[in-house]
Design a protein around this ligand. Structure first.
Ligand SMILES: NC(=O)c1ccc[n+]([C@@H]2O[C@H](COP(=O)([O-])OP(=O)(O)OC[C@H]3O[C@@H](n4cnc5c(N)ncnc54)[C@H](OP(=O)(O)O)[C@@H]3O)[C@@H](O)[C@H]2O)c1
Length: 233
């Protein structure tokens, strides 16, 4: 991979930008307010980073991570993202995002909503199941005994391979959870969601991080209860 586009430069987007530049990957970061507001981040990231408008980040990148609030997915550069691999980090919290029937009743996941918006893009769900503070500190080089794994889901084998290589470069193994529709297996309220990556004490603080290997994540994915059954409980 040569250039990673990051649409959304907040908790998750910013953390991925730091991991990517540390790995020597060129990044183009974008937010909703424009490149001028990202100068501090870009200065911190160093020579491998620049800021741009979202359309430019999409156009110039080989692979794009979309890490924005759910309500903003209608406002993405569709033409520039067509044909690209797009990683969706999104989650659904009704209290934050408002009630959305198809997500409430389990007939769709956020990544499928994004894929509908971005016809022609190859959407892969990843990075949604780990707290940003843990994502930042659990990265380890290939072969390290303390390396963690992250699940991915997507319909396009080439796109998933690209995302697997991105994860590897950033410091994570990938566990293939299947097609995009299987992405519910690591959404909110499932065993693979955030919990494998921390000790429980203090919950979501970077200091509580603990490694979760591929075997652990595979077992958690297999334990997941389908959303419709969860909703009926
Ligand atoms: N926080 C976590 O630990 C975590 C973990 C896993 C997954 N997630 C999920 O990942 C998503 C992002 O979470 P976050 O915590 O990173 O959010 P965040 O810190 O609030 O950052 C959101 C980013 O999206 C940008 N943005 C909003 N609308 C945009 C648009 N139309 N075009 C380009 N950029 C846009 C914002 O830019 P401005 O500031 O300029 O508006 C900001 O940089 C959410 O769905 C969240 O549930 C979060």
């Amino acid at each position: 991979m040569t250039t990673l586009g990051l649409i959304g430069a907040g908790h998750i987007g910013g953390t991925l930008a730091r991991l990517a530049t540390a790995a020597g990957i060129e990044v183009v970061v974008a937010n909703s307010r424009g490149p001028d507001t990202l100068q501090e981040l870009v200065a911190e990231l160093g020579e491998h980073a620049r800021a741009a408008y979202a359309a430019e980040a999409a156009r110039d990148a080989d692979l794009v991570v979309v890490s924005i609030p759910l309500r903003s997915i209608t406002n993405l550069p569709k033409a520039e993202l067509a044909g690209k691999t797009v990683v969706d980090t999104g989650n659904y919290y009704p209290q934050r995002d408002g009630d959305i029937d198809e997500l409430d009743n389990g007939s769709a996941i956020t990544s499928e909503m994004l894929a509908r918006q971005l016809r022609g893009a190859h959407v892969v769900r990843a990075f949604n199941n780990i707290f940003w503070g843990h994502l930042g500190v659990l990265a380890r080089p290939h072969g390290d005994g303390e390396r963690s794994a992250l699940p991915i889901a997507g319909d396009d084998a080439t796109a998933k391979q690209q995302v697997t290589e991105l994860l590897d470069a950033l410091g994570y193994d990938a566990v293939d959870a299947g097609p995009l529709g299987e992405g519910w297996r690591f959404e909110r309220d499932t065993p693979a969601y955030t919990e494998p990556y921390h000790s429980g004490a203090g919950l979501l603080a970077a200091a509580t991080a603990r490694a979760a290997d591929a075997e652990t994540i595979r077992a958690r994915l297999a334990e997941a209860v389908p959303p419709a059954q969860r909703a009926a409980r």
